[in-house]
Design a protein around this ligand. Structure first.
Ligand code: ADP
Ligand code: MG
Length: 468
């Protein structure tokens, strides 16, 4: 046998082995699962009785091992004999650099792989001319995978999002349901999926919108007698991305319509991506049939970022503004602002503003001052009493007057303003706000709110007062 024959034989062997494995696996798993999880796997090499297979990311290995551990190990034993073993090679996709270094993890036996063949890397996508769509898709091109920092907090959600963006509608993540608190990156990730799909397939019909906008449009459609057109429009999408689905709570008619759109899209293999502040089963007020459909695909959360991820995000953001912050500044901010990424960004912007206003270089001192400013404004935001105190000072009215039944013009104005701001700036219910102002009932608070809204639009001095 010549050297070339040997090479040929080796090449055929691992492919033949994997092909046989696939035939067995195909008979034992659902069609979509097979397409999503097993088809993308590529056999790389057969070394003795160990078959090395290449998977796109760690998430694949975890998922397969968790759900199909027995099947895959039985299969390999059936094909390669009792000594048969599998080794996973993870070749992570990288967005900017197209020469990924293979990260290697091996199960069940550690095998080190050198010289991963070149052709296993995905080809560089061509940049295509974007086709002008006949509708507004509300995709913001600034949200991309390239500027979405990967962390333990978003690992699963991000991996699923990448998988979907490469194969919309054809993975078992349909719908993809991402949940988590505010400012943690849900919108960014969903938008990144849309942008990526559009890059690769400019002809695809993709739309992003928040569920409250969906509701408003639906109400308009009812008024204009165009519900059919409205429904058909959404049913014509290849990818439907609906953000903050919790706003559908309590809106029964909208839920019903959405249910039909969801079914139509899902049945024809179109991709649906949803987000919410809570997991589906905690969305009390959402019809059961919707909740159950939301769980058909993959439900995954995004957690608050850990310290390292916060530093990485800050570093990335500041560099995108053309600024190099020193390590101690980055770490100081990341240590002190921990709850969400929107706040981290806010702090960075404030720091830049402070620096340019005072024409000084950014220093650790300045960072400390900025963080302090942000923390105080966060604390005062929540207190009705703090609002009342400041409003009364502003109007020169004694604080206890606004809590009494005083009908003097300036007291009424101060009281209404304090109620208005309490509603705007705190999460307190109308009832709670009413109680803070001498036990007035909720309709008084609504009346105050509406009066100030009206005044803001007509009276410049009130507008200025609100601003300050
Ligand atoms: P959510 O929709 O969960 O409330 P957003 O997607 O609006 O949060 O994120 C808030 C801000 O933080 C956005 O400006 C977004 O770009 C940024 N952000 C969130 N997660 C990341 C991340 N992992 N890497 C970089 N920026 C992020
Ligand atoms: Mg959002």
């Amino acid at each position: 046998m010549t050297f070339n024959d040997t090479v040929m034989k080796m090449k055929i062997d691992h492919e033949v082995v994997w092909k046989e494995c696939l035939q067995i696996i195909k008979k034992n798993v659902p069609f979509l699962t097979f397409n999503t999880w097993f088809l993308p796997i590529k056999p790389v090499e057969l070394v003795s009785t160990t078959l090395k297979i290449q998977v796109p990311n760690n998430f694949f290995v975890e998922w397969i091992e968790e759900h199909y551990n027995t099947l895959i190990h039985n299969t390999i034993n059936q094909v390669l004999g009792p000594e048969g073993k599998l080794a996973y090679i993870i070749v992570e996709e990288k967005e900017e650099v197209f020469e990924p270094e293979p990260a290697i993890i091996a199960k069940p036996v550690p095998v080190k792989v050198e010289n991963v063949p070149e052709n296993i890397f995905p080809p560089k996508p061509e940049i295509k001319q974007q086709i002008q769509e006949d509708f507004e898709n509300y995709l913001n091109s600034k949200y991309r995978f390239e500027n979405f920092i990967k962390g333990e907090n978003n690992q699963l959600a991000r991996a699923a999002a990448v998988a979907i963006s490469e194969n919309p509608g054809a993975t078992s993540f349909n719908p993809l349901f991402i949940y988590g608190g505010v400012g943690l990156g849900k919108t960014h990730l969903m938008q990144a999926i849309g942008n990526k799909i559009l890059d690769n397939h400019p002809e695809k019909r993709i739309i992003y919108l928040s569920s409250d906008i969906f509701t408003v449009e639906f109400v308009e459609a009812i008024q204009n007698n165009t519900v059919n057109e409205f429904s058909n429009f959404y049913k014509s999408m290849d990818v439907l991305i609906i953000d903050d689905i919790q706003f559908l709570i309590g809106k029964e008619k909208t839920q019903d319509l959405f249910f039909h759109i969801f079914n139509a899209l899902h049945q024809s293999g179109k991709q649906i991506i949803l987000s919410s502040d809570k997991p589906p089963k905690e969305l009390a007020g959402l019809k059961e049939r919707l909740v159950s459909r939301f769980q058909w695909g993959l439900t995954t959360d995004i957690q608050p970022p850990d310290f390292e991820t916060r530093v990485a995000i800050l570093k990335n953001k500041s560099e995108s503004y053309g600024i190099n912050l020193s390590r101690d500044i980055l770490e100081f901010i990341a240590h002190n602002i921990t709850s969400n990424i929107r706040e981290l960004e806010g702090c960075l912007i404030k720091l830049l503003a402070n620096a340019s206003l005072s024409s000084q270089e950014i220093s650790l001192e300045m960072a400390k001052k900025t963080v302090k400013e942000i923390s105080t404004s966060r604390e005062v935001n929540i207190s009705i009493d703090y609002i009342t105190k400041n409003v009364c000072e502003f109007y020169g009215v004694e604080e206890n007057k606004v809590r009494e039944k005083n009908r003097k013009k300036e007291v009424v104005l101060a009281r209404q303003m304090a109620m208005y701001l309490s509603k705007k700036l705190t999460k307190s219910s109308l009832k709670t706000i009413g109680l803070h102002f001498g036990g007035r009932d909720h309709s008084t608070v609504i009346h105050a709110y509406n009066s100030i809204e009206k005044l803001i639009n007509t009276d410049e001095s009130v507008k200025d007062a609100v601003k300050s």
